[in-house]
Write a protein that binds this ligand. Structure first.
Ligand code: RFL
Length: 407
């Protein structure tokens, strides 16, 4: 949306160097980097502070991303509270295959729920660095992009009034359902899409983890996954038909299916608990190229969605945010354009690398249940290779940790 709504009857516009649309991990990270460099910016967020600080989503953060947060003074709580994961387990044909990725790469994953990271970032941006966030904004619109005079308007939830904010730059960090992506002119961008043709029932259980690491079950009835989120909450996934109704998955059916698909000789029994989240995600992804137009820069899910198959979305959002925050600071404080001009291409290199890995992994997870014996055979060969070939194992570990390219 690049509309030219009249400003009649609206209060005089305010001005900020950067307006960031969306206070998720991407927007908050960009905002804190800007504030640390003394750049004035405004964050606009449709949700309330309570809502964004409680919304559970990701939990697996790659080491380079944590180091990037740490370098910017944003990882203190995370480093104190996160668990380190050094291995994962595949279950197939009633057997367990343990995969020790830290031994192969020297790197590990951090397990830290996304809502904790968002809470840390809001605190740092707003309470510590004095940044402004307007929560609960409605009907956000972007204007003036073609004319090179960007502004953002929104309807204020208290007064119902439309307010305008002029900016030198807009950072579109409003996720997969935001409005920024649509403001890119359709004849100047390409949106590449991929549909995996499966759904995942995403579950959060009020229960301790049932294993000491992430577990992936490849089963003729469908994929199942287990991921710790903390001592009392565990995420599970069950492959299901796309568009399935979560109501088709009552408590007993969920646990019976998880027991079946994650069952293996010697595996500890699942620790069951109340299901506090049950939603069906249709597995799909997209990539917007380029990720910028004029003075609008997209970051995170606004620019690219990776299905949570390989737990990459939050990591990519942080990668974009580091580059965009640093690039804006360099431009606004030193007149150095190198970061901003290379922004899209640098981000997209990692985005495509992760999309390709997600697609590769998806076939290993879903091939067994595809009903196609050729795909099932190939999926098993893909798994076996990780345990037969040290070279294949190292390559997998590197991609699983996002360790090939530097942060
Ligand atoms: P977000 O987090 O969606 O934040 C966007 C923010 O923008 C707000 N917003 C608007 N604000 C103003 N104006 C508008 N018009 C707006 N429209 C929306 C929203 O309220 C929100 O606050 O995007 P961001 O910052 O790009 O971060 C992306 C990550 O949230 C996402 O990629 C990850 O959660 C994906 N993901 C995972 N990624 C990982 O790296 N590791 C994982 O383990 C992992 N697990 C997951 C996941 C995503 C999941 N779901 C729900 C899709 C597990 C799940 C179940």
């Amino acid at each position: 949306m690049n509309s030219a709504s009249p400003r009649v009857n609206s209060p005089a516009p305010q001005r900020f160097s950067v307006v960031v649309v969306g206070a998720g991990p991407a927007g908050l990270t960009v905002g804190t980097i800007l504030r640390a460099a003394g750049v004035d910016c405004l964050l606009l967020e449709t949700g309330t502070r309570e809502f964004i600080e409680r919304r559970p989503r990701a939990g697996v953060i790659e080491e380079w991303a944590v180091r990037g947060l740490e370098r910017r003074g944003l990882a203190r709580n995370l480093l104190e509270r996160a668990q380190a994961h050094t291995e994962c387990e595949f279950r197939f044909g009633g057997e367990r295959y343990r995969f020790e990725y830290t031994g192969l790469t020297g790197r590990h994953h951090f397990i830290y729920p996304q809502q904790f990271l968002v809470t840390d970032l809001v605190r740092e941006y707003a309470d510590v660095r004095g940044g402004e966030i307007r929560f609960g904004v409605r009907d956000v619109r972007l204007h003036g992009l073609e004319a090179g005079r960007p502004s953002v308007s929104y309807v204020c939830s208290d007064t119902g009034e439309r307010r305008f904010v002029d900016a030198d730059f807009i950072a579109g960090c409003d996720g997969a359902r935001g409005v920024s992506r649509a403001a890119l002119p359709s004849d100047r961008v390409r949106v590449a899409r991929h549909d995996y043709g499966v759904g995942w029932l995403a579950l959060l259980a009020q229960a301790p983890p049932s294993a000491d690491c992430v577990v992936f079950g490849m089963h003729p009835r469908g994929f199942a996954g287990h991921m710790a989120r903390g001592p009392e909450v565990t995420r599970y996934y069950l492959q299901c038909p796309p568009g399935d109704d979560p109501e088709n998955w009552p408590h007993d059916r969920v646990w019976a299916e998880l027991r079946e698909r994650l069952g293996a000789v010697g595996a500890p029994p699942l620790k069951e608990g109340r299901l506090i989240e049950r939603r069906v995600l249709d597995m799909h992804g997209y990539v917007v190229e380029p990720m910028a137009h004029g003075r609008l820069f997209l970051a995170g899910d606004a620019a690219h969605l990776t299905a949570p198959i390989a737990a990459k979305g939050l990591n990519l959002a942080l990668h974009d945010a580091f580059l965009l925050g640093d690039g804006l600071v360099a431009h606004l404080t030193k007149g150095d354009d190198t970061g901003l001009s290379g922004y899209s291409a640098t981000c997209l290199a990692r985005v495509w690398d992760y999309q390709e890995f997600s697609e590769w992994l998806a076939e290993m997870y879903h091939g067994t249940a595809s009903g196609d014996p050729f795909r099932a055979g190939a999926a098993l060969a893909r798994l076996r290779r990780l345990f037969d070939s040290p070279v294949a194992a190292t390559a997998f570990a590197e991609q699983y940790l996002g360790a090939r390219t530097s942060g």
